[in-house]
Design a protein around this ligand. Structure first.
Ligand SMILES: [Zn+2]
Length: 544
């Protein structure tokens, strides 16, 4: 009898589920789904099939209309489109993981100590490191290689500054590079009393880049997989990789083919002959979750190493205006090339002079194509007279709010009070273009997007400094920051029809946050509770 009753119940539930209609792969319900559409809709449930959003709506509507083998009760938590880091460096971060990490080192002695410890354990006969920042060492002057060369006499050592715009190399490597000139276009070989210090700024680093040994690709891939896990725990499902060489296209494709790289990757090509040939041959290119249709160009260096190109000299170095890394002519050439081949141009611009030059080049792009979406990466220091050009020429600002709160310790020394008013001006930039692409520039900064939210909304670092916020009038709302990491980031990469919101037909890339997503005056760490890419779970907090 019991057996028949069971059969009957199964039949009823089967018929009932048929009546419920359409079969989908996954239903998320009891959720607080922030669709990030124009209307700012928030719904309770979502149906997903074939990796795409089929419908978002009220709980009853979705549960009545659809059935699925798998449904997830989101426990009333906040659901957002998967976050995109609109400016990061997977490859640079992978190299940092494989090399010696000098982040937070408090002195040159500590830098050397960390190198010794690393070398004792390493199987490689070279040391490449990164992350040092002389502004943490008290006197803020650039280091020299004296001690480093004494400790490491017979192996090449190259230690990059935290922003990647300067390197300290030991005498062994310096001699091997046979560096003759000290004046380099867009760079500098630092000398003191006629003697080289081992410091190479910006383009001067080209002397040693070809001499440096590379890590085996198996090690690089493993490191990228680790970074991907780190991003998933924060709900990041996509990154814009800000500058790759030709060989890296193959590296990413091979990881994607093996199912090792699931992130939506928007890679910018460096301006090399091989990469130009690739763009000419392929036009805008897509390989599954890899999209390539942009070039990355450096107009200037960084503010930290005084390489940012300024209209007037540095307040803390009256002899320096900074460095122009790519000639205006060459930047014009790249812009022409990009327009011709359907590519986007993303130019690194930190100083007010660099930004003015870029805006002028983009003005011509605007005449040829009003929807060029050319970006200025960082858009960091803007002459107040130039802000309006972002709207006039439809120039997309790409910003990293944690740069503001990291640089606040010394930005005024470099720029002076007046010039600082046009720096890290995210709100003013947003008012011009109506959108921002928001990222972290990892590994220059942490991958943690909650640091970004805190920096953008509260204008504070994770230790809640400064107390009243840095240039607090330039703060963004929480909604604006999230848009910068979702729908606007999608728009800035020509993917707004596939990514960036949870509207019908878009890819089911989303995050269910562990705690409510909010911004408070005091920093609070949050994590993803679940992260999904194309409807498949890639991270679960409780499985850690
Ligand atoms: Zn960068």
């Amino acid at each position: 009898m019991f057996k028949y009753a069971f059969f009957f119940l199964t039949l009823v539930s089967f018929l009932f589920s048929c009546m419920k209609g359409q079969k989908v792969d996954l239903i998320i319900h009891n959720a607080n789904i922030h669709v990030m559409d124009d209307a700012g809709s928030v719904h309770e449930a979502m149906a997903i099939r074939d990796g795409k959003v089929i419908e978002v709506g009220p709980e009853r509507q979705i549960l009545n209309k659809y059935r699925s083998d798998e449904d997830i009760d989101a426990l009333g938590k906040d659901v957002y489109p998967g976050l995109t880091d609109a400016h990061g460096h997977l490859l640079m971060y992978a190299n940092q993981i494989l090399g010696v990490d000098l982040t937070g080192a408090k002195s040159m002695d500590e830098v050397i100590y960390r190198c010794e410890k690393y070398f004792a354990k390493s199987s490689n006969k070279f040391i490449i490191g990164g992350g040092w920042d002389q502004s943490l060492w008290g006197n803020d002057s650039m280091p020299n290689n004296k001690k480093l060369s004494e400790v490491f006499k017979n192996i090449p050592v190259c230690l990059y500054r935290v922003d990647g715009h300067a390197a300290l190399v030991n005498e062994y490597l310096f001699k091997k590079a046979k560096i003759q000139a000290t004046n380099v276009d867009g760079g500098e070989v630092k000398m003191v009393n006629g003697m080289p210090t081992g410091m190479l700024l910006d383009n001067a680093m080209n002397f040693i880049s070809k001499l440096l040994p590379a890590y085996p690709s198996s090690q690089v891939k493993k490191a990228i997989s680790e970074i991907q896990e780190e991003l998933f725990q924060y709900g990041i499902t996509g990154t814009h990789e800000a500058g790759i060489d030709f060989k890296h296209i193959q590296l990413f494709k091979s990881m994607i083919s093996r199912g090792q790289l699931k992130l939506e990757l928007y890679a910018m090509l460096m301006n090399s002959p091989e990469n130009r040939a690739f763009a000419m041959k392929n036009g805008p290119y897509r390989f599954r979750n890899l999209s390539i249709r942009s070039f990355k160009v450096f107009a200037d260096g960084s503010l930290g190493s005084r390489g940012a190109l300024l209209k007037k000299p540095y307040t803390d170095d009256h002899h320096s205006h900074g460095l122009l890394l790519t000639s205006v002519n060459e930047m014009r050439n790249v812009a022409q090339f990009c327009l011709k081949h359907g590519y986007q141009m993303n130019t690194h611009g930190i100083g007010d002079s660099a930004n003015a030059l870029i805006l002028d080049i983009y003005k011509n792009a605007f005449k040829r194509n009003p929807d060029h979406r050319f970006r200025i990466e960082h858009s960091q220091v803007i002459d107040p007279a130039d802000f309006v050009k972002f709207s006039e020429y439809a120039v997309f600002p790409s910003v990293q709010p944690t740069h503001a709160t990291s640089d606040q310790r010394w930005a005024e020394n470099r720029l002076g009070k007046n010039r600082l008013q046009g720096a890290y001006a995210y709100r003013t930039l947003l008012r011009q273009y109506g959108m921002l692409a928001i990222g972290t520039d990892f590994p220059v900064e942490s991958t943690n997007p909650f640091f970004t939210i805190h920096a953008a909304v509260q204008r504070k670092n994770p230790s809640n400094q400064p107390l009243n916020g840095f240039l607090a009038q330039e703060s963004l709302s929480l909604d604006e920051v999230i848009r910068g990491m979702t729908i606007w980031a999608a728009f800035s990469s020509f993917q707004e029809n596939e990514l960036g919101s949870l509207e019908k037909g878009k890819r089911a890339n989303f995050v269910i946050f562990d705690k409510p997503l909010e911004s408070n005056p005091s920093f609070e760490q949050n994590y993803a509770w679940r992260t999904f890419i194309r409807g498949k779970m890639v991270f679960a907090l409780d499985e850690l």
